[in-house]
Design a protein around this ligand. Structure first.
Ligand code: KDG
Length: 310
């Protein structure tokens, strides 16, 4: 099977059931936007690899164990003396949660262009990147830009999920860096606001999409949350509605959407089917606690597809 590689920082997320200030039980999950995509693709039967730097500590071991259980290849993970990053996820309502990072000077931020060379030095069919990595450190920024550049040079298709994180960098910094990351990507995904950061001259979603397509991006996909998603291919603009689900936890839904969209594209499906698969995986993620735990295997894809009540 063709190998799909994702690359970034994995974290341990500690989820509360209410305000962090009152304490109480926390549940422990492997997290990170790229890890979420890697697991989603592995569940759908792809040969999926995740690459990055983990601490040489219990939390790093926990993440490796989680990935192994999900059949995600971690051959090129490097361990470092810095700690594995942690984030607290404070759930206030199913739709509203807050994230508090403990990731400054973490192992994951030590990702370097050299790590990228080791990771990409093999047959790969697709590389998936996010706009989180360039916000982590100078080295991580150099690494992820190097990864995109390597793909352009070797004509390896790659995708970028913008994933703007305001706790890591400013919109201004992001707008300076993101166009260098997204240039020439096969697929760029983000909310309308995020897409505008990757296309600084584009004020509306349509203008941002046009600017990205003009920079050599193949498809621009806007995640619209409960309103579904919209794809711009240069020739078509297509919409898909979200699947109606009762939200349990919306964190991770964006990554699930991305994995769904990419998987349908890798399957050779048309744009309408890609959007539909994206929204479907988003619905699975929203309906379950944890970023990726509730995602479907390939033989479960039609579980929600049958529609409510069946
Ligand atoms: O998309 C979910 C991610 O936000 C979460 O798993 C943590 O990667 C993460 C981040 O940096 O915010």
């Amino acid at each position: 099977a063709p190998r799909i590689v994702t690359l970034g920082e994995a974290l341990v997320s500690l989820r509360s059931v209410g305000p962090l200030t009152i304490g109480g039980p926390l549940s422990m999950h492997a997290a990170g936007a790229e890890l979420n995509v890697a697991v989603a693709l592995a569940r759908l039967g792809y040969a999926s690899s995740w690459g990055g730097v983990l601490g040489d500590d219990e939390l790093g071991e926990f993440i490796l164990r989680s990935l192994a259980a999900e059949r995600v290849d971690t051959t090129h993970v490097r361990r470092d003396t810095r700690p594995t990053a942690i984030m607290f996820l404070e759930a206030r309502t199913p739709e509203v949660s807050r994230i508090f990072y403990h990731r400054k000077d973490s192992a994951g931020a030590r990702l370097s262009p050299h790590d990228v060379d080791r990771l990409l030095d093999r047959d790969l069919a697709w590389l998936h990147l996010t706009g989180i990595t360039p916000a982590l450190s100078e080295g991580a920024r150099a690494a992820v830009l190097h990864a995109a550049q390597t793909c352009r040079r070797r004509s390896v298709p790659f995708s970028v999920d913008v994933n703007f994180r305001s706790k890591l960098w400013s919109e201004q910094e992001a707008a300076e860096v993101l166009p260098w990351l997204t240039e020439g990507a096969e697929v760029v995904i983000g909310s309308p606001e995020e897409l505008a950061l990757a296309a600084p001259a584009g004020k509306t979603l349509e203008a941002a999409a046009e600017e990205l397509l003009a920079s050599g991006v193949g498809e621009v996909v806007a995640k619209l949350g409960a309103a579904g998603a919209r794809a711009f291919t240069g020739r078509h603009v297509l919409d898909a509605p979200a699947f109606p689900v009762r939200a349990v936890d919306t964190v991770g839904a964006g990554d699930a959407f991305t994995a769904g969209y990419l998987s349908a594209r890798l399957d050779g499906e048309d744009v309408a089917a890609r959007l539909r698969r994206g929204c479907l995986l988003g619905a699975f993620a929203v309906g379950h606690l944890g970023d990726w735990e509730g995602l479907p295997r390939r033989d479960e894809l039609d579980l929600l597809d049958r529609g409510p009540g069946e």
